[in-house]
Structure formats: structure tokens, C-alpha cells
Design a protein around this ligand. Structure first.
Ligand code: OAD
Length: 271
């Protein structure tokens, strides 16, 4: 928040936040970047090394598993290891603290569970969660802890250390995905081509229609239909505040890191 213009914008955003009766906090990978989880589309993002056409569809993942299990293991380590070690950061905590002052619906594209861990009570996970395993009908099979993720990563590492062990892939990921007598099971996540997670997505659209302020944090707004949520809310009369390092299309743009800006914004709105 270097110059006066930045502080003017922060103050204006704080005024909107203070007067709002229902705030939708819309988040993407950027809010978890300072918890050590890589984003998707930044230079060091997951999709840079692991292209989404291969790693963001079930079909692509199955093809990589058949052709190159070691590469799938490396992708899974890159995805799971930061998640296993992640803790909520100051931005997650500030979002949770906002609930003390106004009605808040968190709509997240993230699958990391960090909003709930920070204390947010109403979180809609429109791309699902990696911390729940479901069967083919969507019924919960089990919940995964961060320790479970650590176990999977340790097994995958043993595999990648010795390529001859790639036959161990099904064993390594067994807590999270595989076959059982009544069919397959896998994480409750949304990949490209899947329907959005329900009832979360329908409830998110309702919240967008009903809210008077959207606080959008750390998203490139590229993946539809989630990315249309702020503009949907804006069309229904809400003010959109955007937080992130990139240029933005919201009513108020707060440029910088979520971990710096969101705590400052919430503190100013509700001193
Ligand atoms: P992206 O990787 O597309 O965008 C992350 C955004 O966060 C970028 O605009 C970054 O500039 C910004 N950012 C980085 N560090 C930040 C920080 N410290 N504070 C604030 N912002 C920061 O991630 P998403 O927009 O979440 O979906 O991606 C949306 C979807 O694309 C994901 O849910 C996933 C992915 O493919 C599926 O796989 C279905």
C-alpha cells in the first residue's frame, strides 16, 4: 500500500465492506499462495510443468497413468505435498474474522480446505475438495487428513526414486483413489469437463444474486463458469472489490498480495 492512491482505494473498499449486509468472498489459488500452495497459471504454477490437457481431465490423467506412471506420480507429489503441509495464512484468517461483522458466504475454487480450517463457517467449494473421497455416485467414502496426504506423498516418493517401482502407483494412491468391490472411488474434485460441485454451485449463484458486495481474492478469473460469478453479482447490483497482483476488472482494484491486503482491508472496515 505504497502511495496515497492505494490507500484511497483501500479506504473506499473498506467503506463498501462496512456497509454491506451480505458479502460474497470469491477466492482462487492466489489466496493460498502464501500458505505455500502453488497457483495454476503463474510462472511457477502447476500447469506450467504439468499441462492441463493432460492433468486436468480424468481422461488425460488415465492416459498418463497408463503411459507414464512416474510422471503422474511427480504431478501428484507437486499437487499433494504443498497441500499436506499448508496452514491458513493471514488472508484466510481475515476472511474468517469478517463473519463477526457481517453475513459472509465464501465461494472458493480451491480444493485445499483452508477457509474452513481458518474458521469460515459457510464455505461453498465449487470445484469440490481434495479432502473427501467419493464413490461413483458421489457418496462419501472417507475424509482425508493432511497426514493421509503425507502418507501418499511418501509412498509416491519411494516410487519415483526407483522407476521400476511404478507398478506401485495403485498402492501409493489407495487412500485417495482406486477400485473397491462396488466400483471406483476418487477425490471429490471437479476437473475440466465435469459438472460443477453441487449443491455448492447453485448456492453460490444464489448468493451472488443476493449479496451487495463481492470480495474477489487471488483468481485469474479464467475458468468458467466459476469466473462469471463476480460479474453475475455486479449485474445484480453488487460492488466488486478485487485483490491480487494483476490488473483487474472490478469496481475497486487492490493490487498486491492477499496476505498483506485482506487483513488491512478487514481491519480498516471494522476497526
Ligand atoms: P490461477 O493460477 O489461474 O490464478 C491465480 C491468481 O492468483 C493469479 O491472478 C495470480 O496473479 C494471483 N496471485 C498469485 N499470488 C497471489 C497472492 N499472494 N495474493 C493474491 N493473489 C495472488 O488460479 P485460479 O484462478 O484459482 O480448476 O484458477 C481457477 C481454476 O483453474 C482452478 O480452480 C483449477 C484451475 O484449472 C480446475 O482444475 C477445474
Amino acid at each position: 500500500m505504497a502511495d496515497e492512491t492505494d490507500s484511497d482505494r483501500l479506504k473506499e473498499a473498506a467503506d463498501w465492506l462496512r456497509s454491506a449486509r451480505h458479502v460474497v468472498v470469491f477466492t482462487g489459488a492466489g489466496i493460498s499462495a502464501e500458505s505455500g500452495i502453488p497457483t495454476f497459471r503463474d510462472a511457477a504454477g502447476l500447469w506450467t510443468e504439468f499441462p492441463p490437457d493432460q492433468f486436468a481431465t480424468w481422461q488425460g490423467i488415465m492416459a498418463v497413468a497408463a503411459k507414464s506412471p512416474g510422471r503422474l506420480a511427480r504431478f501428484l507429489i507437486a499437487l499433494l505435498e504443498p497441500l499436506a503441509e499448508a496452514r491458513p495464512n493471514a488472508a484466510h484468517a481475515a476472511v474468517a474474522a469478517l463473519e463477526k461483522h457481517t453475513r459472509v458466504t465464501v465461494v472458493t475454487q480451491n480444493i485445499d480446505g483452508l477457509h474452513q480450517e481458518a474458521g469460515s463457517s459457510r464455505v461453498l467449494q465449487v470445484h469440490g475438495t481434495l479432502l473427501e473421497v467419493v464413490d461413483r455416485t458421489g457418496q462419501l467414502v472417507r475424509r482425508l487428513t493432511r497426514d493421509d496426504l503425507r502418507t501418499i506423498v511418501a509412498r509416491l516418493r519411494r516410487m519415483t526414486d526407483q522407476p521400476a517401482r511404478s507398478v506401485l502407483l495403485p498402492w501409493a494412491i489407495r487412500p485417495m483413489a482406486g477400485l473397491r468391490p462396488r466400483g471406483t472411488y476418487r477425490p471429490r474434485i471437479v476437473l475440466f469437463g465435469d459438472a460443477m460441485a453441487e449443491p455448492d454451485w447453485s448456492q453460490a449463484m444464489e448468493a451472488a444474486e443476493a449479496c451487495d458486495c463481492v470480495l474477489s481474492i487471488g483468481t485469474s478469473r479464467t475458468v468458467m463458469p466459476a469466473a462469471m460469478l463476480p460479474s453475475q453479482a455486479r449485474a445484480a447490483g453488487a460492488t466488486v472489490i478485487e485483490v491480487g497482483p494483476d490488473a483487474c476488472t472490478g469496481d475497486i482494484c487492490l493490487r498486491g498480495k492477499a496476505g498483506d491486503i485482506v487483513p488491512a482491508l478487514v481491519a480498516l472496515a471494522h476497526k
